[in-house]
Design a protein around this ligand. Structure first.
Ligand code: MSP
Length: 672
C-alpha cells in the first residue's frame, strides 16, 4: 500500500445551505482520512465549493449584489459546518479562486490546441433551470425532465470536448481495474451507460446567456460549462498544471478515492475520466458512489420543508453522535432513511447503553473496589482467551471493513467487542469476586474490561474523535495508538482512572427543538406514532412512543404495597421475584425522586431499573447491594428511562428501606 492517501468529496453548490446529505460525504471522507493517518499514512483531504453557474448568478442578481460577493458569503456556512462537525480537511477549494480558474483556462487552451476541443453548431432543447440541453425524447410533457420547467429550442455555436475519442480507453480501464468503480452495482450502471454510443460533451455556454463562469481563453464570448470547470478542482487544488505540475501533484495523484453521491456518478466516471485521459493522466484509483438519504420516508426537499439542518442535530446530540449515527445507520453505498426517532434510538442503544454502560461499569467498579487505578492482569482463564479471540477478530475485521469503505460494518465489528465486554462482566460477576475477596481475579477481570474500553476508544476515534479521546483520557491513555490495539494488555498498571461524567448521557425524549421541527413538517408520521403507544409500530418508533408514560402512571413501590385485596395463589405465582445485585446507580436525569439503576439478575446483561428511592438512598451507596426485584413486570419507561423491573421495598407513609438479601445469595436466584 503506497504511503500517500488522497481523498476528495464533491465540491458543493453554494446555492443551498449545507444539509445532512452534504455532511454525510464529508464525514465519511474525514473518518477514512483519520483512520489512514492513525495508521501512519500521509493523507490529504480535499473538499470545497462549486461556485459558478446559472443558479448562483440568478440568486446574486435577485439579491442585487455581485456574484462574487454572493459566493464569498455562501461558502461560509460550509466551512462553519465542517468546523462544527470536527472535519479536518487539509484544503478547501473554491472554483472562483485564481489557483483553480487559471488551471481550467490553461487546460481548455491545451486541449483546444491538441484538437480535443472543437467548435460545432449545437441545437437542442435548453433548460435554464437544469443548465443543460435535452433531446426531444428526454422531455416529459414538453418540459425539462429534471426540473419540470419550460425548455427552449436553441441553436448556437458551442465548444465540444471529444469525449467519444476516449470511450474505449475508459471501457478498458474499467475492465483492467476492478476496484475503480465501487460499489459493484455502480460499476454495472456505468457499464450500461458505456454500452450506448458515447457522444462528445458540450462544454461551453455563451456568455450572453450565462455571464458567471470561467471564460474560454480562445473566445471571450463563451464561459465553461460548470461540470468541466468543477471536476478540475480535484487536480487544480493539488498543483496540476498542463505545462508542469508541482511536486505535491506528483505525490498525491492519482487520488485514492473520489467520494460522490450516486446522482453524480456519470459526470465523475465518464466525463471526468475521459477528461483525464485527454490530459494524459490516470483516473483516481477508486470512485466510490454512496446512496441517498430520505427523510422520515420522504425525499429530502426544500418544498416539502424536511431538509435536515445538521446544526440542529449537533446542538441536540453533539458532533460525535451525529457522525456516529450517519456512519452506522446505513452501509456506505446503499440508500437509507433518516428519522429522528431512529437517531435517538441508536444513540441510546449503541452509545448510551452498550458503550456507555461498558465504560461506566468498568470504570466505576475499578474505582469502587480497586482504588481507581489500572489493576494488574492475572493469568488468562479460558474465558479470558475467548475474550482475547473476540478482540483479535473484531479489530482485524474493523480494519478490513473500514479500508474497504464499509464503515457501518467496521463499527458493527467494534460493537461485537463492546457487547462481548458487557457479557464478560455479566459472566465474570465482579461483584461476586469482590464479595468473596478474590482480589487478584477481580483485578484481572476489571483490567480486561478497561482494556476493551481502550480498544473501543481507539477504534471509535476516527468516527467520534472527541468521545474517543474522552474515553481514552478516563483510562489514563495518552495516545490513541492503533498498533496492536487488539491486545488486551495495552494499559499501564497503576495509572489512575476515573468514571467521570457519562460519555453519552441517555436521551430521555426527543429534544424539544427536534419535536418542534417534526410537528411542523411531518404531521402524518412520527407525530402520530408518538401518541399511539399500543398499536403495532415499527421498532425504531416504538421507543419514542413509550416516552409518553409519566411517573404518575407508573408502577411505583408505594402503589405496589397498598394493594390489599385477596388474590389467588395462582395469581401470586404469576409474579416472578428474583435476587438482583445493583451494579451501578445514578440520579435519574429527569426526576429528583428517582434513581436509575443497573441490576445484575443473572441474565446476559444487567437490567435497567428505575426506582423511586432517591429520598432515602444516595446512588453510590447502593452499588453491591443485593435486593429483590419483580422480574416479569412489563418493561416501561419512567420519565424516559427504561425500567425492566421493580424493586421491593418496605414502606409506610413513606419509603422505609429496600428489602435486601443475604450477601451469599447469587443474583438471578428465584425468590418464593
Ligand atoms: N457541485 C456538484 C458536484 C461537483 S463535484 C466536481 C454537486 N453539488 S451538490 O451540492 O448538489 O451535491 C453534492 C453532493 O451531495 C452529491 O454527492 C450528492 O449526492 C450529495 N447529496 C445531496 N443530497 C443528498 C442526500 N439526500 N443524501 C445523500 N447525499 C446527497 O452535485
Amino acid at each position: 500500500m503506497s504511503n500517500s492517501f488522497y481523498i476528495t468529496t464533491p465540491i458543493y453548490y453554494v446555492n443551498d445551505k449545507p444539509h445532512i446529505g452534504h455532511a454525510y460525504t464529508t464525514i465519511a471522507a474525514d473518518v477514512i482520512t483519520r483512520w489512514h493517518r492513525m495508521n501512519g499514512r500521509e493523507a490529504y483531504f480535499l473538499t470545497g465549493t462549486d461556485e459558478h453557474g446559472q443558479k448562483v448568478f440568478e440568486a446574486a442578481t435577485k439579491r442585487g449584489i455581485s456574484a462574487k460577493a454572493h459566493v464569498d458569503e455562501m461558502c461560509e456556512p460550509f466551512k462553519a459546518l465542517w468546523a462544527a462537525l470536527d472535519i479536518k480537511n487539509d484544503d478547501f477549494i473554491r472554483t472562483t479562486e485564481t489557483r483553480h480558474t487559471s488551471v481550467v483556462s490553461d487546460v481548455l487552451q491545451r486541449l483546444f490546441d491538441e484538437g480535443d476541443i472543437y467548435t460545432a453548431d449545437y441545437e437542442g432543447w435548453y433548460s435554464t433551470s437544469a443548465e443543460r440541453f435535452w433531446t426531444e425524447k428526454d422531455l416529459v410533457d414538453g418540459k425539462c425532465p429534471d426540473t419540470n420547467t419550460k425548455v427552449e429550442w436553441i441553436k448556437e455555436k458551442n465548444y465540444f470536448f471529444r469525449m467519444s475519442k476516449y470511450a474505449d480507453k475508459l471501457r478498458a480501464h474499467i475492465a483492467d481495474n476492478p476496484d475503480f468503480l465501487q460499489p459493484a452495482s455502480r460499476k454495472n450502471e456505468v457499464l450500461g451507460y458505456l454500452k450506448k454510443d458515447v457522444g462528445d460533451l458540450c462544454i461551453s455556454r455563451p456568455k450572453a446567456r450565462l455571464p458567471w463562469g470561467i471564460p474560454f481563453p480562445m473566445d471571450a464570448e463563451y464561459v465553461t460549462y460548470v461540470w468541466f470547470d468543477a471536476l478540475l478542482n480535484y487536480i487544480s487544488a493539488i498543483g496540476y498544471h498542463p505545462d508542469g505540475s508541482t511536486d505535491a501533484f506528483e505525490k498525491w495523484w492519482p487520488a485514492s478515492y473520489h467520494l460522490v453521491g450516486k446522482d453524480i456518478l456519470t459526470t465523475h466516471s465518464v466525463y471526468w475520466s475521459t477528461m483525464l485521459f485527454a490530459m494524459g493522466l490516470s483516473p483516481a484509483k477508486c470512485l466510490y458512489a454512496h446512496g441517498w438519504w430520505t427523510i422520515e420516508g420522504q425525499k429530502m426537499s426544500k418544498s416539502i420543508g424536511n431538509v435536515v439542518d445538521p446544526h440542529l442535530l449537533i446542538d441536540c446530540y453533539g458532533s460525535d453522535a451525529v457522525r456516529y449515527f450517519l456512519m452506522r445507520e446505513i452501509q456506505f453505498g446503499a440508500d437509507g432513511d433518516f428519522s429522528h426517532a431512529g437517531l435517538m434510538t441508536r444513540y441510546n442503544a449503541d452509545l448510551a447503553n452498550d458503550l456507555g454502560n461498558l465504560a461506566h461499569r468498568a470504570l466505576s467498579m475499578t474505582s469502587k473496589w480497586l482504588g481507581g487505578a489500572v489493576p494488574a492482569l492475572d493469568a488468562n482463564t479460558a474465558a479470558d482467551d475467548a475474550l482475547q479471540a473476540v478482540s483479535d477478530a473484531a479489530v482485524a475485521d474493523y480494519r478490513v471493513q473500514i479500508e474497504g469503505m464499509h464503515i457501518a460494518t467496521a463499527l458493527g465489528s467494534l460493537w461485537r467487542l463492546v457487547q462481548a465486554g458487557n457479557k464478560y462482566i455479566d459472566d465474570m460477576e465482579p461483584w461476586r469476586l469482590n464479595r468473596e475477596g478474590q482480589t487478584e481475579r477481580l483485578a484481572g477481570v476489571m483490567r480486561r474490561c478497561l482494556e476493551i474500553c481502550r480498544v473501543a476508544a481507539v477504534l471509535l476515534s476516527p468516527v467520534a474523535p472527541n468521545k474517543g479521546l474522552e474515553l481514552a483520557q478516563k483510562l489514563g491513555v495518552k495516545s490513541l495508538d492503533v498498533a496492536d490495539v487488539q491486545l488486551l494488555s495495552g494499559l499501564v498498571a497503576d495509572t489512575p482512572v476515573a468514571p467521570g461524567e457519562p460519555l453519552f448521557p441517555r436521551m430521555l425524549a426527543l429534544p424539544e427543538r427536534i419535536q418542534a421541527v417534526l410537528d411542523e413538517v411531518v404531521p402524518s408520521t412520527v407525530k402520530t406514532v408518538a401518541k399511539v403507544s399500543h398499536k403495532k409500530k415499527p421498532k425504531q418508533e416504538a421507543k419514542v412512543a413509550e416516552e409518553t408514560t409519566t411517573i404518575e402512571e407508573a408502577a411505583t413501590i408505594e402503589e405496589a404495597t397498598t394493594i390489599e385485596e385477596f388474590i389467588q395463589f395462582e395469581d401470586f405465582m404469576k409474579v416472578k421475584l428474583k435476587v438482583g445485585e445493583i451494579v451501578s446507580a445514578e440520579k435519574h436525569p429527569n426526576a429528583d425522586r428517582l434513581l436509575a439503576l443497573m441490576v445484575e439478575v443473572g441474565e446476559d446483561r444487567p437490567r435497567s431499573i428505575v426506582a423511586g428511592i432517591a429520598a432515602k438512598y444516595v446512588a453510590e451507596d447502593l452499588i453491591g447491594k443485593k435486593i429483590v426485584i419483580v422480574a416479569n413486570l412489563k418493561p416501561r419507561k419512567l420519565r424516559g428511562v427504561l425500567s425492566e423491573g421493580m424493586l421491593l421495598a418496605a414502606s409506610g407513609t413513606e419509603l422505609e428501606g429496600l428489602i435486601t438479601v443475604d450477601p451469599g445469595v447469587n443474583p438471578g436466584s428465584s425468590v418464593g
